[in-house]
Design a binder for this molecule. Structure first.
Ligand SMILES: NC(=O)c1ccc[n+]([C@@H]2O[C@H](COP(=O)([O-])OP(=O)(O)OC[C@H]3O[C@@H](n4cnc5c(N)ncnc54)[C@H](OP(=O)(O)O)[C@@H]3O)[C@@H](O)[C@H]2O)c1
Length: 324
């Protein structure tokens, strides 16, 4: 076992620590809890934080980083452009910089491909522009590329992009996304997307790598799974360590969230998995009923996720149970 956290070199030459702390608290905000979580995480050895304008806690993440006394250049900081801000990339980026109270951001992601309309709702959530309506994600990406000229962001990337939407985006890119942050764990290993992204030198970042174990809407749990539990017990570690190590060992960046100090330490204590151990987790999704989202079951409303249909998102429909 090792507490050493390897970094991955991105397609723009920068390095990203393979494990980071997720800062989504389940609902926007989190105030003091987020500040304390990040400060404790830095003490536990974390040097990579994943937040977003939409998480409503950039201020607390930024304050914890500043108050930790760790030099800024030893911390890797990711934040994300909100869906309401696709038409105002520069302004939204400046707001994030101000909230985080930092000179620069290491990684700025387009949180979702769909742009939200300022007002209104529709079936399946808030009102959004359709894929071919302006601002399209291609237009938004071109504005994100311009941010690189200002020197206040080191890398840019995307999140929740499928092969379908990357195929639309990439021909327009002057700078390819450095990472694509997507739901990824053994129930949703994203094998096709991973192979596609690797062929374009885009590293996947795995969000919800533990499968959001506290979610009440989730019929499948990685923590209650006998195969995963048996592997963890054989290796004398806990289930989360096995899941996080699997993600890092297959060269994806992994960003579990925890407020619990003990779990903070165990989550960054990686374990070396043998090829046989890796295969057990690689094959888990082949078990009956195990290949599915663990984040969005109750959130796919009228076939839509955050306003776009699963087809528009390019997400395989059979992996997402639609709320009736
Ligand atoms: N780009 C996107 O659209 C997107 C979407 C979702 C998430 N994300 C990012 O990915 C991060 C991680 O995903 P997530 O927060 O959705 O889910 P997750 O990391 O899979 O799960 C977090 C949950 O697991 C619990 N947990 C953490 N370590 C544990 C352990 N060792 N044993 C048992 N339970 C443990 C946490 O509770 P405690 O805090 O009580 O330990 C929390 O309830 C987010 O925080 C966010 O930064 C991005």
């Amino acid at each position: 076992m090792t507490a050493e956290i390897p970094s991955f070199t991105l397609n723009d030459g920068t390095k990203m620590p393979s494990i980071g702390l997720g800062c989504w608290m389940g609902t926007p905000g989190g105030g003091e809890r987020v500040y304390n979580m990040c400060l404790s995480a830095i003490k536990a050895g974390y040097r990579h934080f994943d937040t977003a304008a939409g998480y409503g806690n950039e201020v607390q993440v930024g304050n914890a980083i500043r108050d930790s006394g760790i030099p800024r250049n030893e911390i890797y900081l990711t934040t994300k452009l909100g869906n309401l801000d696709h038409g105002r990339v520069k302004e939204a980026f400046e707001e994030s910089l101000k909230n985080l109270n930092t000179e620069y951001i290491d990684m700025y992601l387009m949180h979702w491909p769909q742009a939200r309309k300022p007002n209104g709702e529709q079936a399946g959530g808030y009102a959004v522009f359709r894929p071919n309506e302006s601002p399209t994600f291609v237009e938004t990406w071109k504005d994100m590329e311009k941010l690189l000229d200002g020197g206040k962001v080191k890398s840019i990337g995307v999140s929740n992009f499928s092969i379908k939407n990357l195929e639309i985006l990439l021909p327009h890119c002057t700078v390819n996304p450095a990472t694509n942050q997507v739901e990824l764990h053994p129930c949703l290993p994203q094998n096709d997307l991973k192979a596609y992204c690797e062929s374009k030198r885009i590293i996947l970042t795995a969000y919800s790598p533990l499968g959001q174990p506290a979610s009440p809407d989730q019929p499948v749990s990685l923590f209650n799974n006998d195969i995963v539990k048996k592997l963890a017990s054989k290796l004398n570690v806990d289930v989360a360590q096995v899941l996080i190590s699997w993600g890092a060992q297959r060269k994806t960046v992994v960003i579990p969230k925890t407020e619990n100090k003990q779990r903070m330490t165990s989550n960054i204590t990686l374990v070396k998995l043998s090829p046989e151990d890796m295969k057990i987790l690689d094959d888990l999704h082949l078990q009956p009923g195990m290949h599915c989202t663990l984040c969005f079951n109750a959130k796919v409303d009228s076939g839509r996720l955050n306003g776009w249909t699963l087809e528009e998102l390019g997400f395989p429909e059979h992996l997402y149970r639609t709320k009736s």
